[in-house]
Design a protein around this ligand. Structure first.
Ligand code: PLP
Length: 232
């Protein structure tokens, strides 16, 4: 094994152990929890190594970087690409041409842009609604009160499938309490949209709290790939 492959394998094993521990504590089956490895800032060669180690879902947060990486990975058909970053509506159309899942849908304009582009590309795209768990200005996410209307809009689209919700814990406060609120929002949506069963929550620092509150998808970067290069 090359050094990088061994490093990724060890980190991945540690994260799977953490997930198993948290699932055990919550009385959940760890095999029902999907790990999305967030590979932003890291090269396609790392994605290749991760895929060889069994990773099937990767997350990216910028259109340009994501699409370049997807092009470099065209030799693989075993990787699902999740777009997890803040999305401008003028970029949404492009993201819909390669992403399997867009986790960061938080306004009507994005729904329209994604649906139109998916239709043009003859693709179906899975969608999660990003929910704001705090009131901090400038943070992404739809307010909990507006989630239902946005869910209806996605469900009424032609080429988007509503799969559930996503959130990032607030910088301050107890992540578990925040993820408990997300779980309630998810529950509310499921009443009208029974297929919207995914809850994407939990990152390197708070995945245990997310598993404890019913997360079905974790988005883990640093704990597997190491620290991202600083933007200076
Ligand atoms: C970068 C990122 C992650 C991964 O965060 P880590 O702390 O590195 O695990 C998860 N979710 C989103 C939306 C991100 O942008």
């Amino acid at each position: 094994m090359t050094g990088r492959r061994a490093e990724l394998a060890a980190n991945l094993a540690r994260v799977h152990e953490r997930i198993a521990g948290a699932a055990g504590a919550a009385g959940r089956d760890a095999s029902q929890i999907e790990l999305v490895v967030v590979t932003k800032y890291f090269p396609a060669s790392d994605v290749d190594l991760l895929a060889d180690l069994g990773v099937r879902h990767i997350g990216e947060n910028k259109d340009q970087e994501a699409s370049a990486k997807v092009a470099e990975l065209s030799h693989r058909d075993d990787i699902m690409v999740h777009f997890v970053g803040q999305l401008q509506s003028n970029k949404a159309g492009h993201v819909a041409t390669y992403a399997d899942v867009v986790q960061s849908v938080d306004r009507a304009k994005l729904v329209t842009a994604l649906d139109r582009a998916a239709q043009r590309a003859d693709r179906r795209v899975d969608v999660l609604l990003q929910v704001a768990l705090d009131e901090a200005p400038g943070r992404a996410g739809v307010a909990a009160d507006d989630v239902a209307a946005l869910a209806d809009l996605v469900a009424a689209s032609r080429c988007l499938s509503l799969r559930g919700v996503m959130a990032v814990a607030p910088r301050e406060g107890d992540p578990r309490a925040a993820f408990a609120r997300l779980r309630e929002v998810a529950h509310g949506i499921r009443a009208g949209h029974p297929d919207a069963t995914w809850i994407s929550a939990g990152m390197s620092g708070d995945l245990e709290a997310a598993v404890g509150e019913g997360a079905t998808h974790l988005r883990v970067g640093t704990a597997i790939l190491g620290s991202r290069p600083s933007l200076g």
